[in-house]
Design a protein around this ligand. Structure first.
Ligand code: FES
Ligand SMILES: [Fe+2]
Length: 408
């Protein structure tokens, strides 16, 4: 058996050789040692967005959140939302085989061990007299709710979310995080390492060439000077003395990598749309009723990020959730979630095609550029090139990533 020493040495060398201001070396995307290290240092440690409470409104409703080799049962138990590893405590079979459903109990299809919705083992046939059911509950996964958003952490001791809740409670209230529902969810397979997808999401250097539809609405796709001018115009157009303005414009933990040790990283900030644009839609005009306590459109959109894989874009009338999870080292899935206020009716208050238009075409364009990026990175000719001024968020993400793997 191989010792873990050479693995660590290889990663340590990669980390030490990283040149700030540049993309990552090929081995960060290709080496199996790196991928194994990411599983413990990132996927099993950090909070990940799993889905929304509106997907499981009744006791017994569940859905599976699956990535890499993991399968997690997110279930509405008697006393709230719970998450269990979908791994039987007998000989390890998956218990739930359907992606979602409604159950009275969790029954393993292999030898019929039976668990409560809260994960306690209630039935195990023909076991010896001294078998202790209470020692064989399902492995539980930590759950945190941000409004109706369900986050999970597989860590034994999860990272604290207290700074995020303290900083952002008024933002969640203003945009009505408690009173949204999921209007649509779609998964997009991407034949690329998960980091190439996250890095792509972290920079808008590619927006103008790759996303003409997005670039017509969002000022962040413009040059830094033009973006700044739009930020100033937008800030001046808001009522400076209103609490709503202060809440919207607060820029918190402006960079994800600034989180204190032991706490989960988060980011929040609001950016201008172009003058006259109100939301992300084909004509930049409303596609759903205003969210939460909002009283009108202000021509901005907020970015909220929690943990390394989960992102939210809050327009005034709908919110997008994005998550990029690995399905292996060379493949990942981008999951898009569209949220509207919970009393909005499909076909009456919003049209799903109009609601989903912008980000469906945007992620499909992203998929193509990310996959092309992976193809080039696969080549032995690949060398990490220098980042542009517009890739500063990507640089912060890379700084965070290198530290997560044990870098300085
Ligand atoms: S593996 Fe589940 S009951 Fe045997
Ligand atoms: Fe993009």
């Amino acid at each position: 058996m191989q010792s873990s020493e050479p693995q660590h040495a290889a990663i340590a060398e990669l980390l030490a050789n990283y040149k700030s201001g540049h993309a990552l070396e090929r081995d960060f995307y290709k080496s199996p040692e790196v991928y194994a290290a990411e599983q413990t240092a990132i996927f099993q440690k950090h909070w990940i967005f799993a889905g929304h409470t509106s997907q499981i409104p009744n006791v017994g409703d569940y859905f599976l959140f699956e990535f890499d080799v993991e399968s997690i049962i997110i279930i509405h138990a008697e006393d709230g939302i719970k998450a269990h590893m979908n791994v039987c405590r007998h000989r390890g079979s998956h218990i739930c085989l359907k992606k979602h459903g409604t159950v009275k109990a969790l029954v393993c299809p292999y030898h019929a061990w039976t668990y409560d919705l809260d994960g306690s083992l209630t039935g195990a046939r023909q076991m010896p007299a001294d078998f202790n059911k209470s020692e064989n509950s399902l492995h539980s996964v930590h759950v945190a709710l941000v409004g109706g958003l369900i986050f999970v952490s597989m860590a034994e001791e999860p990272l604290s979310l207290a700074p995020m809740y303290e900083s952002l409670t008024d933002v969640f209230d203003l945009f009505g995080f408690e009173t949204m529902k999921l209007a649509h969810h779609q998964s997009y397979s991407i034949n690329a390492n998960w980091k190439l997808a996250v890095e792509n999401y972290q920079e808008c250097y590619h927006c103008a060439p790759a996303h003409p539809e997005f670039a017509q609405i969002h000022a962040m796709a413009a040059s830094p000077a033009k973006f700044q001018a739009n930020k100033e115009r937008y800030a001046a157009s808001l009522k400076a003395d209103s609490t709503e303005t202060k809440t919207k414009l607060k820029e918190l933990n402006a960079y994800f990598d600034l989180a204190e040790p032991g706490t989960e990283g988060f980011q929040y900030g609001r950016n201008p749309l172009y003058e006259g644009a109100l939301t992300g839609s084909v004509d930049a005009q409303p596609v759903a009723p205003l969210l939460g306590q909002l009283t009108g459109y202000d021509g901005g959109a907020s970015e909220f990020m929690l943990g390394p894989l989960s992102f939210f874009l809050i327009y005034d009338d709908h919110m997008l959730g994005y998550r990029f999870t690995p399905t292996g080292q060379d493949t990942c899935v981008g999951d898009l979630y569209w949220f509207v206020r919970e009393d909005a009716e499909d076909g009456k208050d919003f049209d799903k095609t109009a609601l989903t238009w912008l980000w469906d075409i945007t992620i499909k364009a992203d998929e193509e550029i990310i996959v092309n990026n992976q193809k080039g990175v696969n080549s032995h000719a690949y060398k990490p090139g220098p980042l542009s001024k517009m890739e500063y968020f990507e640089q912060h993400f890379l700084n965070w990533y290198l530290r997560a793997l044990g870098g300085e």
